[in-house]
Every structure is written in C-alpha cells, then in structure tokens.
Design a protein around this ligand. Structure first.
Ligand SMILES: O=P(O)(O)OC[C@H]1O[C@H](OP(=O)(O)OP(=O)(O)O)[C@H](O)[C@@H]1O
Ligand SMILES: NC(=O)CC[C@H](N)C(=O)O
Ligand SMILES: [Mg+2]
Length: 503
C-alpha cells in the first residue's frame, strides 16, 4: 500500500510534498521519492528509507518548482531495490513522471505488448514502470504538440481499457501539468484538496485526506473510480469520468489496517469504521463466548487500539495498554521479508508485567495475516505471567492472496489458509480465538456511507472483482513472489537503477 501525493502550486511545492509524504508514511516505509518540474526540467530525489532519511536539506534545495509529485513505497511487485523507488520517469513524449499506489494484474502481458507494438523497454520488474509506459504511449498516440484536457482524458480512457488491477495514480507531463486517476473499481483511495493563496488556487491530490488536512489544504472530495483529474500548469482544473463501466468497490483492508484513523476514505471515517469493528466484535464475544472469564482487554499497538477500546466498552471490562510500542520501529507487516518481520515484533513490542500477572487477558488485533505478531505476542503475554490468553481479530480469517496492492502473494504463507479457526488457535497457542464475521466487518465501513454497496474483500472470500484472477495466475504469483523467491530477487534487482544523481 503505497502513498502518493501531487501538488500544482503557485509557489515551491517541495516542503508541502515532503510534509504530505510524512503524513502518508504509514502506507510505505521502504522507499520514498519526490519529483518536481521546474520550467522544462524535472528534478528528482528518491531512495530506500523513510522520508526523513531520504531527503536532506541539499536534496530539498534541488527540488525546485511549483509542480511536483511524491511517493512512499511498500513493494508489491519486483523487489525492494532503490531502482524501483518511485516516481518513475520516461522522457518521451514531453517528459512524464508517475507515482502509483496499487498493483496491476496484467503487467506481464502489458510489458510484452509494449515491447512488440511500441518498442518500449521496461528496465525493472515494477508494474508501475509498465503503467507509466502505457500512459506515455497513449499520450504519444494523441499526436499533438500541446495536449488539451480532452486529449489527456482520451489517453486515460485508453489506459483503463488495457490495464487491469488496482491503480491510484499521480503523474506530471512537462509543459502541461498534473494528471491523477483512479482505477474503474476505485480499489485504492485518492482524494483532492485545494488551498487559496494570494496568487490563486493550489491543488493537491493524495492517497489519504490526512495529507491534505495536514498541509493546510482543504479536502474537496474523493476522486471517483475511473475518473481523471487534470490540473494545468496555470492551475486550471478539469475532471472527467474516463471508464466505461465504473463500479465502486474500495478495498476493505484500508479500513482494517492500512489507513490512518484520522483519514476519511470514500466518505467513511477510518476511525469510525474501526470503532464499529470493535462494537461488532465485542457483541459477538458477549453473545457467543459467555464462558470466557476475561479480566482485561489489551490491544496490540498500534492499529488495534481504537478497536480494543470499543470492545472493552461493550464487554464492560477494563482496557489496559499492556504492551508498549517502540515508536522508532516501523510497521512490521509492511516490511519486506519474513525474517525481518519476525525479528521486529519483539523489538517493537514489550509487555508491562503487572497488566498480565495472574490475569485472563483478551488480546485484540486488527488482523492476523501470517500470524507473525499473534504467535509471538501470545508467548510474551504468557512469559509476563498471564493466566489465560484469549485472542480476537477485527478482521475475519485471511485465507486468500491479495493481488491489488497488499503484499500477500502466497496463500500458504497465510496462517488462515486451509485451516479452521481451532487449528489457527492451536498454532498461535491461544486459549480461545475469535474472528470477526465478514458481514460485520463490511457493515462497519458501509454504515458510514450507504452509497458504498460493495467492498474489495478477496483476502477473506477469494472473490476477485477484476474478473481476471484464476488459479494459474495465483500459482504464477506464488512462484514469483513467495518469501524465499523475494529474498533471491533482492540481490539481482538492486543493480537496475538507471538514474544517476549525486547523493
Ligand atoms: O499476522 P501478521 O502477519 O503479523 O500481520 C498482522 C499484524 O501486522 C500489523 O501490524 P504492524 O506492526 O504492521 O502495524 P501497526 O503498528 O500499525 O499495528 C497488523 O496491525 C497486525 O498487528
Ligand atoms: N503498495 C503499492 O501500492 C505498490 C506499488 C507498486 N506495485 C510497487 O510495487 O511499487
Ligand atoms: Mg499491528
């Protein structure tokens, strides 16, 4: 789940892009990048690391210009090499830069057809570089020296016709302006805001509303599924629906885990949806698990805290912060590589013994994916002297891979794959394990915006909304991206960087 941001301003945009990226840091902690347009030049800084580590004063000075885009990356294709950090750039036509959140499901086929029909070479294994080249090729086909808004939208329409999967995109075209678009299902989020200045209106597009609020812009609206927004260099805004049959099916996992609670996505407050998840899960425990003699509710920080607080209210049991989170360690789930993820749990979380000693504790997490966190946390609770350790998950059993921008490529790396709840409970060594029901999870988000009729919830149901995912695809994905394969790839792909900037 990467984060994207783009600004067309009336003054230098480097600092606002940087600030926006820090507010999207929870979406990607592997690499960061900013590209700006200054006249007819593009300026770039990108690399592996957190925003604060990638950009130093000397880089910020170089990022001059009033238009720019930025990206924080959590890899779901290719490797975590800096060669695949974003934004990506292609020199023709005009000079185009792009930042992408999501994952394409037909990127291999597109890469091949780009080579055969357009003689375009893709140098990395990143699906985002493919998407940029498809967009560039479609702009080329407009065959204009200066593109009108109609030309830009025609190019985006043809992108929608070819590309499958999830994509929320910001792009810049030199001499023109910024284009942002969202796939026809609106799987990944994208919002737009504005800021009035004495020189005129500035616009910002970002993955989450928190980046818009936090930089002094005012949230205007979400970009619609299939819609494209074009803001010219002069600051004129155009928008158009570019998909033939858009159907809004946003990703439910944004609400469960990815997004910040203070964001609104597609009219739903992420915080409110998490409170609702806690309420439903609390009610289920109250009704179906009367025999559990729970003394205390303890969240697994950080994402589960709001959920656990509401469970404690419903069950009328005390809520205690039994685990302290080391704030200098990042989110474990979005780290590349299982070895790193396993090691990080103990470094990140530490128990406060007095909250566990002799007590029956209910630990609450937002989700159990590989089981890396839950297994180690339960062990820590026992070591801290807990009597009984019960575990509740605000998301149902995760049993299927994700192909739309969450790095869960292999079913057999998921602890819920092919296992009943009892077996999972035994594996993580819980005294009881309670999962949310899928209908209740969906209700938790939908009740905040009744216009949303469906949610992308393939990891729970195995139903993939783009209609192009079959077992052959999933087998190929597993072969390409299982944990050991990814570790091999890291070595090979770290040498692919073509950009050549001083550090
Ligand atoms: O079953 P697993 O494979 O361990 O994945 C699930 C865990 O990973 C996430 O936490 P993370 O540490 O990434 O971030 P957080 O601090 O926002 O909770 C999520 O909140 C769960 O705790
Ligand atoms: N999580 C994402 O949105 C990833 C974007 C893109 N697929 C990449 O791997 O860089
Ligand atoms: Mg967590």
């Amino acid at each position: 789940m990467c984060g994207v941001v783009g600004i067309v301003g009336k003054q230098p945009v480097n600092q606002a892009l940087y600030d926006g990226l820090t507010m999207l840091q929870h979406r990607g902690q592997n690499a960061a990048g900013i590209m700006t347009i200054d006249g007819y030049n593009l300026r770039l800084r990108k690399g592996n690391g957190l925003v604060r580590d990638v950009f130093h004063t000397r880089h910020m000075r170089r990022l001059s210009g009033n238009i720019g885009i930025g990206h924080v990356r959590y890899p779901t294709a290719g490797s975590s090499s800096s060669a695949e950090a974003q934004p990506f750039y292609v020199n023709s036509p005009f000079g185009i830069a792009m930042a992408h959140n999501g994952n394409l499901t037909n990127s291999n086929e597109l890469q091949q057809s780009l080579f055969e029909t357009a003689k375009r070479h893709i140098n990395t294994a990143s699906d985002s570089e493919v998407l940029l080249n498809i967009f560039a090729h479609e702009i080329m086909r407009e065959n204009q020296m200066h593109l009108s808004a109609d030309d830009m939208f025609a190019a985006v329409s043809r992108v929608h016709q070819q590309v499958k999967g999830a994509y929320a995109v910001v792009a810049m075209v030199i001499g023109h302006g910024m284009v942002a678009f969202r796939d026809p299902f609106g799987i990944r989020p994208l919002a737009i805001g504005k800021r009035e200045t004495s020189q005129g209106t500035e616009y910002m597009v970002a993955s989450e509303s928190v980046a818009i609020d936090g930089t002094g812009f005012t949230f205007m609206r979400d970009v619609e599924p299939g819609e494209a927004v074009y803001i010219t260099e002069e600051g004129e805004l155009f928008s158009r629906q570019c998909a033939e049959n858009p159907v809004h099916i946003p990703c439910i996992f944004e609400y469960v885990y990815f997004a910040r609670p203070d964001s609104f996505i597609d009219g739903v407050s992420v915080y409110a949806s998490r409170i609702n998840m806690g309420r439903k899960l609390g009610e289920k425990i109250k009704k179906e698990y009367k025999n559990l003699d729970i003394d205390v509710i303890i969240p697994i920080p950080e994402t589960a805290c709001d959920i656990a607080l509401e469970i404690s209210r419903v069950l009328d049991k005390p809520y205690r912060q039994g685990f302290v989170k080391n704030r200098y360690i990042g989110r474990t789930f979005i780290m590349p590589g299982q070895t790193q993820r396993r090691k990080s749990v103990r470094r990140k979380l530490n128990a406060i013994g007095s909250e566990f000693k002799g007590k029956n504790v209910l630990l609450v997490d937002d989700s159990i994916v590989r089981g890396t966190t839950s297994e180690q946390i339960i062990e820590m609770a026992r070591e801290a002297g807990a009597n009984k350790v019960y575990f509740a998950s605000a998301a149902p059993e995760i049993r299927f891979p994700n192909v739309y921008g969450i790095d869960m490529p292999s079913a057999n790396e998921l602890i819920g794959y092919g296992r009943e709840v009892d077996e999972i409970s035994q594996l993580i060594k819980a005294d009881a394990l309670i999962y949310q029901d899928l209908d209740d999870l969906i209700w938790s988000a939908q009740v905040e915006n009744s216009n949303l009729k469906q949610f992308e919830s393939s990891v729970f149901s195995g139903h993939y909304v783009t209609g192009d995912i079959d077992q052959t695809y999933l087998d190929r994905l597993h072969a390409a991206r299982n944990d050991s394969k990814q570790e091999e790839q890291e070595q090979e792909e770290s040498n692919l960087a073509l950009y050549n900037e001083a550090d």
